[in-house]
Ligand binder design. Structure first.
Ligand code: SF4
Length: 309
């Protein structure tokens, strides 16, 4: 059984107490697609944007059969808080912090009444902890006073909460309520959707709109999760492993990357040639100078001898 299948247990719409993560032995290793030849033997296919998006989605589903949320939570408010803490922080770090946080403050009422210094201390290691603690407290206060203690289930209401932007709202709606209002756009989704040629935008809101037009609504959130897995396992920011990627033949970004790599290699080789030529020239010049000095020494010795004679 693949590492994915072997370790995945959570699914959408359920509250995962122990979701698959690197820490509990789960690795998002893509499954090979046996019905396709290996990436490098596959000819590049020119498919227009929408069918390409669907083909990519189909392949991502086959490569990463499970797409659970990787944050630990047991209620919608806990998921909201965990997602707020995940800003500029890894899910693994958040999962280390939330057990103590939720043991002390398990629901919106408890969080709304928390002492800010204690809350700050509990979330300190996730970074930007003062701001995060302030927003968690204010958001939970609003949930208690305006929404009867329950996390609201619409995009407008959720984004009216302090510190809850569209990205957090998308995650909460999809995973806690199975409501698909949009596509969560994080750094992986932004980068890889661009490489896959599905958007030319750089602003998350515009990327989200592009993706919403191309993908079926039910797949909006699992698209994001699978791209995150793919970004961690194969399409890494520093060095995408295109030669191992089962999207290679339908990824315009791979072609650009290969061209850029070839151009960089050519420039490096040209630079090395120039350096080599300079070194050779310097050696020749040095040899000439040495020879001239030797000649000069010899002739001055000869001149001295003549004077003495
Ligand atoms: S082919 Fe390369 S650039 Fe395209 S998704 Fe795969 S790893 Fe990323």
């Amino acid at each position: 059984m693949s590492p994915v299948a072997a370790n995945s247990s959570a699914s959408f719409g359920t509250h995962s107490s122990s979701p698959p993560s690197k820490e509990n032995g789960y690795e998002a290793v893509p499954l090979p697609l046996p019905h396709l030849p290996p990436p490098l033997l596959r000819p590049v296919q020119k498919i227009s944007k929408k069918p390409r998006a669907i083909e990519i989605l189909t392949r991502l589903k086959a490569m990463y059969p499970e797409a659970p949320c990787s944050l630990d939570y047991e209620s919608p408010v806990q998921l909201m808080v965990a997602t707020m803490l995940a800003a500029q922080c890894t899910d693994a770090r958040v999962n280390q912090v939330t057990p103590a946080l939720f043991a002390r403050f398990p629901d919106a009422v408890a969080l709304a009444g928390a002492d800010i210094s204690e809350l700050e201390e509990l979330v300190r290691s996730t970074g930007f902890y003062r701001n995060k603690a302030k927003n968690i407290l204010a958001a939970c206060h609003k949930i208690v006073t305006e929404f009867g203690g329950q996390v609201p289930q619409t995009m407008d209401e959720l984004t009216s909460l302090p510190g809850v932007a569209r990205k957090t709202a998308n995650v909460v709606l999809a995973h806690a309520f199975d409501i698909h209002e949009g596509v969560t756009v994080d750094t992986h989704v932004k980068r890889i959707s661009g490489l896959l040629g599905l958007t030319t935008h750089t602003e998350p809101v515009k990327i989200e709109q592009d993706l919403m037009k191309l993908l079926p609504q039910a797949d909006w959130e699992n698209w994001s999760i699978r791209l995150v897995y793919h970004g961690r396992a194969v399409c890494r920011a520093r060095l995408p492993m295109c030669d191992r990627c089962d999207l290679l033949d339908i990824c315009p970004g791979a072609i650009k990357l290969r061209k850029a790599a070839a151009k960089a290699a050519k420039a490096k080789a040209a630079k090395a040639e120039v350096t080599k030529a300079k070194v050779t020239k310097a050696k020749v010049t040095k040899a000439k100078i040495t020879k001239a000095k030797v000649t000069q020494t010899k002739s001055s010795k000869r001149a001295k001898r003549k004077v003495l004679d």
